[in-house]
Design a protein around this ligand. Structure first.
Ligand code: ATR
Length: 288
C-alpha cells in the first residue's frame, strides 16, 4: 500500500519570507514559521537563507527586488542590517538591533526589533496578571538580549532596573546608551543584594545553557512573590528556574520569547496574527 503524500504547492501569488544568517542551519525559525503557515493554510513559504557577510547588504536588496514580503535577520547581522534599512521603528533604534525586516510595497526596507515584544508576551502568556510596574526588575547580563529586555521593561513602566554583568564596564555602557535613570548598575559579585524587594528576576546571560557553566546565584533574598525567567531555553528548565521553583517562585522558561518574537513578522508578511500554543512548543522542540 502506498503512503499518503501531503502535497504543498505554491501558487503564483505566494508570499515569500525567510531568515538570513551565517550560519543559519541552527535557526528554529523555518520550523516555527512553517508550522504556522500549515496551521493557517497560508499560501506562502519561509526558508533558511545562509548569506555570507560580503553578500549581506546586496542580498537584502535582492530579496526585496525578488518580491519577498520580508525576512528575519539573525546572528551576525542584527546590527549590520541597520545600514540597509530605509526606516527603523523606534524600538529597533533603542534596542540597537533589527531582527524583523519588511519590504513595503513602495520598495522601502523597514527594520523592527521584536525581541522585547517576545519577552513581554511570553511572561504575559504564563502570568496573565503580571504588572511590570509593580516593582524593580533584576537583569543579569548586558549583551544584545539584555538590551531588548531592558527596553521592553522600561516601556512597560518598570520602576527600576537593576542591571548586573560579569564585565561591569559593559553594564555601565549599556545603561549609558539606553539613557534612562531607572537603570542602576549593581556589581556582579554582589548581585544577590539586588534581589531584595525585586518583582522580577531575568537571566539574559548564556549561563545555564547546554555546554555552558551553570548560573550560580543565591536566591535567599528574593521574595517568594517574585517571578523568575530565563531567556535560555536549552535546557527548558535551567538550574536558575529549578532553584527558583523549588523555593516557591513562579518561573517562566525562555522558549516562549523565541516563539512570540516571531509573531509580528508572520502577521506582517502573511496576514495572520498567529497563536503560540503548547503544540507549537512541542513541534519546535522536537527533532527534525
Ligand atoms: P547576547 O547578545 O545573546 O546577549 P552576548 O552579547 O555574547 O550575547 O552576551 C552574553 C552575556 O552572557 C553577557 O552578559 C556575558 O557577560 P560578559 O559581558 O561579562 O561577557 C554573559 N556571560 C557569558 N559567559 C559568562 C560567564 N561565564 N559568567 C558570567 N557571565 C557570562
Amino acid at each position: 500500500m502506498s503512503t499518503p503524500v501531503t502535497i504543498h504547492t505554491l501558487s503564483g501569488t505566494s508570499r515569500l519570507a525567510g531568515v538570513m544568517g551565517w550560519p543559519v542551519s541552527h535557526s528554529k525559525s523555518p520550523r516555527l514559521q512553517g508550522y504556522w503557515l500549515a496551521q493557517y493554510g497560508v499560501d506562502g513559504t519561509y526558508m533558511p537563507l545562509p548569506v555570507l557577510p560580503e553578500n549581506f547588504a546586496a542580498s537584502v536588496k535582492s530579496l526585496r527586488d525578488l518580491g519577498f514580503a520580508g525576512v528575519n535577520v539573525t546572528i551576525p547581522y542584527k546590527q549590520a542590517v541597520f545600514a540597509v534599512c530605509d526606516e527603523l521603528t523606534d524600538r529597533a533604534k533603542r534596542i540597537g538591533a533589527v531582527n524583523t525586516v519588511t519590504f513595503s510595497p513602495d520598495g522601502k526596507i523597514q527594520g523592527d526589533n521584536t525581541d522585547g515584544f517576545g519577552f513581554i508576551e511570553n511572561l504575559r502568556q504564563y502570568v496573565p496578571d503580571i504588572d511590570f510596574s509593580s516593582g524593580p526588575a533584576v537583569v543579569l547580563g548586558a549583551g544584545g538580549a539584555s538590551r531588548a529586555v531592558i527596553v521592553s521593561l522600561l516601556d512597560e513602566n518598570c520602576p527600576q532596573i537593576r542591571l548586573t554583568n560579569r564585565t561591569a564596564s559593559r553594564a555601565h555602557e549599556l545603561a549609558r546608551e539606553i539613557g534612562d535613570d531607572r537603570i542602576t548598575v549593581v556589581d556582579w559579585p554582589i548581585a544577590k543584594t539586588s534581589l531584595c524587594d525585586a518583582a522580577l528576576l531575568v537571566n539574559t546571560t548564556s549561563l545555564g545553557m547546554v555546554g555552558q557553566p551553570a548560573l550560580e546565584i543565591d536566591l535567599g533574598g528574593l521574595a517568594q512573590s517574585a517571578i523568575v525567567t530565563d531567556i535560555v531555553y536549552a535546557p527548558l528548565k535551567t538550574n536558575l528556574l529549578l532553584g527558583a521553583e523549588a523555593r516557591g517562585n513562579k518561573v517562566v522558561d525562555g522558549l516562549g520569547m523565541l516563539l512570540h518574537q516571531a509573531r509580528p513578522g508572520f502577521h506582517r508578511w502573511f496576514g495572520v496574527d498567529p497563536v503560540v500554543t503548547s503544540e507549537l512548543r512541542e513541534f519546535v522542540l522536537s527533532p527534525v
